[in-house]
Design a binder for this molecule. Structure first.
Ligand code: FE2
Length: 294
C-alpha cells in the first residue's frame, strides 16, 4: 500500500505479554528515538463463573513501563475483542495515555447496543474513546509516526496499526499455520476480510507482523511474530495466491462449525465501552446475558 506513510527505517522495540487464559498477546511498543511508548490490546483478567475481575496481566505491563522509565502516550485497541476484556481504562488510570480505536466502533456499538438492549445512556458515537481513527490516519508515539489502516471483515472496526517496520494486525491474520480469524460475528464478512488481508500483504515483505492471538496449532509453542513475506508464502488460509472465492468458501464453511468464544458476552459489553464495566441503576458494576440474543 504505497498510499500509507510507512517508514521501514524506524525499528521500534516491541515487548510482548502473552495471556494464557485467552491466548491474547498484548504489546508495549517503544519509539526507538525517545522513551515514548504505546500499548496494543491489553487484557483485564476475568473469572466469568465467579464474576471476578483482576489485573495481573495489566499490572505486568504497567510494571514494565514504569521499570523502563517509558512514557505511555497511546493505548490502542485493534478492534472490539470478543474473547477478552480490555484493561485500557485501568492502564490509563495508572499511566495516562489516550485510548484509540477505529471510528467504525459506532457501527459495532449500534449492533451490540441493540443485542444487549442498552438504554439511551449508552452512547453509540465512540465518545468513550479518546481518539477514533479513519483509514490512513496518522498519530505520533514520541517521534515515531504510526498509521492506522482500516481492515474490516472480522469486525467492522478492525484496524491494523503500523509503527515503523512493525505492524500490529489484530485479528486480521494469525501466524501462517493458524491462518485467519473468523468472519461470522455480527458485522463480519469473509469477502471483506479477504480484501483487508490483501492490504496487509501489500505492506513491504520484511514488515514485522505481530499477532493478537496464537493458539499453538498442533501443539507447537506459542508464537506471535512473523513477516509479510512468510504470510504470503505459507499462510494456510490466504497464502500462495489463494483467491477470494476459495477463501470465502473455506471461511464460511469453517465459521459455521465454530462455537462462540467463552468470554464473548462480558467482552462485548466491556470493550464497546472502551474497557469500562457497565453499571446497573445503582451504579454497581454489572454484566447481563441476552438469552438467545447472539
Ligand atoms: Fe477479535
Amino acid at each position: 500500500m504505497t498510499d500509507y506513510p510507512i517508514d521501514m527505517s524506524v525499528k521500534p522495540q516491541v515487548e510482548a505479554f502473552f495471556d494464557p487464559a485467552t491466548n491474547t498477546i498484548s504489546y508495549v511498543v517503544k519509539d526507538p528515538s525517545s522513551n515514548a511508548c504505546a500499548v496494543i490490546d491489553s487484557v483485564m483478567d476475568i473469572d466469568y463463573a465467579a464474576g471476578r475481575i483482576t489485573y495481573d496481566h495489566a499490572d505486568a505491563i504497567i510494571d514494565y513501563i514504569r521499570k523502563n522509565d517509558l512514557k505511555l502516550e497511546w493505548i490502542i485497541e485493534t478492534h472490539v475483542h470478543a474473547d477478552h476484556l480490555s484493561a485500557a481504562p485501568y492502564i490509563q488510570n495508572a499511566l495516562g495515555g489516550k485510548i484509540g480505536i477505529g471510528d467504525k466502533i459506532m457501527v459495532v456499538q449500534n449492533t451490540f447496543g441493540k443485542i444487549f438492549n442498552e438504554g439511551t445512556e449508552f452512547q453509540r458515537d465512540g465518545s468513550q474513546f479518546d481518539a477514533l481513527f479513519e483509514d490512513g490516519d496518522t498519530y505520533m508515539v514520541g517521534t515515531m509516526q504510526a498509521v492506522a489502516i482500516h481492515t474490516p471483515g472480522h469486525t467492522p472496526a478492525c484496524m491494523v496499526h503500523v509503527m515503523g517496520d512493525a505492524a500490529f494486525v489484530g485479528d486480521t491474520l494469525f501466524m501462517p499455520d493458524g491462518g485467519s480469524a473468523r468472519a461470522d460475528f455480527p458485522g463480519g464478512d469473509a469477502a471483506t476480510l479477504y480484501d483487508s488481508i490483501q492490504k496487509v500483504l501489500a505492506l513491504p515483505d520484511e514488515t514485522r507482523l505481530f499477532m493478537c492471538h496464537d493458539y499453538g496449532p498442533d501443539g507447537r509453542d506459542i508464537q506471535w511474530e512473523t513477516t509479510v513475506a512468510s504470510e504470503k508464502e505459507y499462510n494456510i488460509h490466504v497464502g500462495k495466491g489463494t483467491t477470494k472465492e476459495q477463501f470465502v468458501k473455506f471461511r464460511t464453511e469453517r465459521d459455521a462449525t465454530l462455537a462462540m468464544p467463552k468470554l464473548i458476552i462480558p467482552s462485548l459489553q466491556v470493550n464497546m465501552r472502551a474497557g469500562e464495566v457497565p453499571t446497573d441503576k445503582d451504579g454497581r458494576p454489572m454484566l447481563k446475558v441476552p438469552v438467545n440474543g447472539l
